[in-house]
Design a protein around this ligand. Structure first.
Ligand code: FRU
Length: 467
C-alpha cells in the first residue's frame, strides 16, 4: 500500500494513530502471529497504557485489531506476555477450547504518586476466541507486589521438568535484577530465584526480560536471558543486554561476567520473542520497539509515534571461543523484494524509500552514504574494528539534543557481508547476517535518492521493497 504520510514506514508496523512503545503478548496461534503493544490511543505521547493489537500470517502484513486490554480501577496495563494454555491448566477455558492467557503488569498511577511502593502487580486475562476479545481474571492480581516500586513486565514461558511435567516460568524485572517464579496454573506463583544484582550493566532500571533456550553451534543446550535497561545502554539511553548461561532447578547461572548487547544502535528497546511457535520450525523470533526513551515522546511524526523493528531470528554463534547472540532478519522479509538493481558503478539512484541493500565486504572495511536532494546524508562505515552509523546530518534532529550523533559498535572479527533495511524513517544494519546489528531511526526531510558505496564492497544488490 502506498502512503504519503511523512515518515510513515511502509513495511514496519506502526499504529494507525496514537502512541506505541513495547511489543507485548507475542504469541502464535493457528497460523496467526499476534502482536500486542503498549498503546495510548488518545494521544501521541505516553499516557494511560492499553494493549493495542494486530495480527499477521506472514510477519509482514499486519491487520490492526481493536484494543485488547483497557486500563481499569487496578491500573494501567503495562508490558507483559501471552501464552497458549493448551492443557487448560488455568481452568480459564475448557479442554476443547483452551485459552490464550495474557500475563501483564497493572500499574496503579494514582498510587504511584503516593509514598506507596506496591503500585505494580502482575495480573492475567484470557481469550477464548483467538485473541479477539479478552476477559480479565476475577482473582487479580495473581502476583502481588512485595514492596518494590519497580516490579513489572512478566514474560512467561513453559518448560518441561526432568520428570516430564510442565511448569510455567515467569521472568520478571524487579528494579535492577530479575526474579524467576513458577506456577502450574498461571494463577499462583512461587519465587524460585533472583538473578543479576551484581552482574551485567546497571546504568538504569531493568525492564522487559525474556528467557530463551538455544542450542550452541556445538549442539549443547544454553539459555539466554534478555534484559532491557533504561538508561545505561552502549549508546545514550535505552538498550537490551543479554546473558548466556544455564537455567537449571529454577536458577539462571551465567557462563561469564561479560556485558553483551543485542543491538548496538540507539533504537531497539524492550524486544521479546514469540511464544507457542510451531516446534518443528525451531525458531526464536524477536521484535523490538524501534525507539529510545531519550526522545521517543518527541520524534517528529504526527498522527502516531513509533514503529517496531523488522522481525528477527535469534541464534547463538561463536567468535574465538566466545558465544554471542545473532539477530538475522526473518526469512519472511525476502518476500518484500520486488525489483532488483545490480550496482556496477559506485553510486546509484534509489527506487524508493523502502529498500534493502546487500553487499559482500572485501577487506573488512566499507563505507556507504545515502543522500537526498536537500543535502542530508546518512553514513555507514566499518573502520578499525568499529562499525558506525552517522545520523548527525540525516534530517530533522533538533527535537532532542542527543539525537544528532554518530553511534559506533566494536566488531573485532571480520565483516564479510552486510544487509541494510531502509524504510521512511529507519535503518537496520545487519553485518554478517546479524552477528552485529545496529538499529537507528532518522527523519530525512526528503526521501533518500542515491547511495554511494566504497570500492571494497562487491556484488552489491539493491531491492525495492514492496508489500
Ligand atoms: C519499557 C517500559 C516497561 C513498562 C512499559 C510502560 O519501555 O517502561 O517497563 O511496562 O514500558 O509503558
Amino acid at each position: 500500500s502506498i502512503t504519503t504520510e511523512e515518515f510513515r514506514p511502509s513495511y514496519h508496523f506502526t499504529p494507525a494513530s496514537g502512541w506505541m512503545n513495547d511489543p507485548n503478548g507475542l504469541v502464535y496461534l493457528d497460523g496467526e502471529y499476534h502482536l500486542f503493544y503498549q498503546h495510548y490511543p488518545d494521544s501521541t505521547v505516553w499516557g494511560p497504557m492499553h494493549w493495542g493489537h494486530a495480527v499477521s500470517t506472514d510477519l509482514i502484513n499486519w491487520e490492526p485489531l481493536p484494543v485488547a486490554l483497557y486500563p481499569d480501577s487496578l491500573g494501567y496495563i503495562f508490558s507483559g506476555s501471552a501464552v497458549f494454555d493448551a492443557d487448560n491448566s488455568s481452568g480459564l477455558g475448557t479442554a476443547e477450547n483452551p485459552p490464550l492467557v495474557a500475563i501483564f503488569t497493572y500499574h496503579n498511577a494514582e498510587e504511584a504518586n503516593t509514598s506507596s511502593d506496591t503500585f505494580q502487580n502482575q495480573a492475567i486475562a484470557f481469550s477464548l476466541d483467538k485473541g479477539r476479545t479478552w476477559e480479565k481474571y476475577e482473582g487479580n492480581p495473581v502476583l502481588p507486589n512485595p514492596g518494590i516500586r519497580d516490579f513489572r513486565d512478566p514474560k512467561v514461558s513453559q518448560i518441561t521438568n526432568p520428570d516430564g511435567t510442565n511448569s510455567w516460568i515467569m521472568t520478571l524485572a524487579v528494579l535492577d535484577q530479575i526474579n524467576f517464579y513458577s506456577s502450574t496454573d498461571l494463577k499462583t506463583w512461587n519465587l524460585l530465584s533472583e538473578f543479576g544484582k551484581t552482574i551485567g550493566a546497571h546504568g538504569g532500571v531493568w525492564e522487559c526480560p525474556d528467557l530463551l533456550p538455544f542450542k550452541t553451534p556445538l549442539g549443547k543446550d544454553k539459555w539466554v536471558l534478555l534484559v532491557s535497561i533504561n538508561p545505561g545502554g552502549p549508546q545514550n539511553g535505552s538498550a537490551t543486554q543479554y546473558f548466556i548461561g544455564d537455567f537449571e532447578n529454577g536458577q539462571f547461572t551465567p557462563d561469564d561476567t561479560m556485558i553483551r548487547w543485542l543491538d548496538y544502535g540507539p533504537d531497539n528497546y524492550a524486544g521479546v520473542t514469540w511464544s507457542n511457535l510451531p516446534t518443528d520450525q525451531n525458531r526464536t523470533l524477536f521484535i523490538g520497539w524501534m525507539s529510545n526513551w531519550l526522545y521517543a515522546n518527541k520524534v517528529p511524526t504526527k498522527a502516531w509515534r513509533s514503529a517496531t523493528t523488522v522481525p528477527r531470528e535469534l541464534s547463538l554463534f561463536d567468535v574465538d571461543g566466545t558465544l554471542l547472540l545473532k539477530s538475522a532478519p526473518a526469512k519472511e522479509l525476502e518476500k518484500l523484494r520486488s525489483e532488483e538493481y545490480k550496482m556496477s558503478q559506485e553510486s546509484s539512484a534509489l527506487p524508493s524509500e523502502a529498500v534493502e541493500l546487500y553487499a559482500e565486504v572485501d577487506s573488512d572495511t566499507f563505507s556507504i552514504t545515502f543522500s537526498n536532494e536537500v543535502g542530508e546524508k546518512l553514513v555507514i562505515t566499518k573502520e578499525n574494528s568499529l562499525v558506525s552509523i552517522d545520523r548527525r546530518n540525516a534530517g530533522k534532529n533538533d527535537f532532542q539534543r542527543d539525537f544528532a550523533a554518530i553511534h559506533s559498535a566494536p566488531m573485532s572479527w571480520e565483516a564479510k557481508e552486510i544487509r541494510i533495511f531502509m524504510d521512511a524513517s529507519s535503518i537496520e544494519l545487519f553485518v554478517n547476517n546479524g552477528e552485529l546489528v545496529m538499529t537507528s531511526i532518522l527523519f530525512p526531510t526528503s526521501p533518500w535518492k542515491s547511495v554511494e558505496i566504497s570500492e571494497n564492497l562487491d556484488s552489491v544488490k539493491i531491492f525495492n521493497l514492496k508489500k
